[in-house]
Write a new protein. Structure first.
Length: 139
């Protein structure tokens, strides 16, 4: 009678199944850890961006109100969904954050003709969060 060296066929099959299960669990664990890390990174990176966009939206609304006061016919004003450009800087002397918004508005002039006017509004954001218009000009 011949002796087999090593494992029997049944033992070998069981061993491979155990290895496959082990590898499958390692893959699942790696995917879960990767998903957690990615979601944590994206969450941390998107929060400042969302906050900045919210602040720019508020600044746009303040700028629109200021520009409307300068129009001949504020009721006829047609505003685009968003501003044309926005930039942000820090004012040295007051340490306030300055937000500059440029855009356009379509409105009627004193003769009733529809015109497009371009503007630039600079707002300072106070530490309290209040937005104050510092400069306005037609472009």
């Amino acid at each position: 009678m011949r002796r087999r060296k090593g494992k029997t066929k049944k033992m070998a099959a069981e061993g491979q199944g155990g290895q496959r299960t082990y590898v499958a669990w390692l893959v699942v664990l790696a995917v879960v850890v990767a998903a957690y890390m990615i979601s944590h990174f994206v969450e941390r990176r998107s929060a400042p961006v969302e906050e900045r966009l919210r602040r720019y939206g508020e600044a746009y609304e303040v700028a629109k109100k200021h520009v409307e006061r300068e129009l001949e016919s504020p009721a006829s004003a047609e505003w685009p969904q968003v501003y044309d450009t926005v930039s942000e800087s820090v004012v040295e002397e007051s340490k306030a954050r300055r937000i500059k918004i440029t855009g356009h508005v379509d409105s009627d002039n004193e003769y009733g003709a529809r015109i497009r006017s371009y503007y630039e509004v600079a707002l300072d954001e106070r530490p309290s969060g209040e937005l104050v218009v510092q400069r306005f000009k037609w472009k």
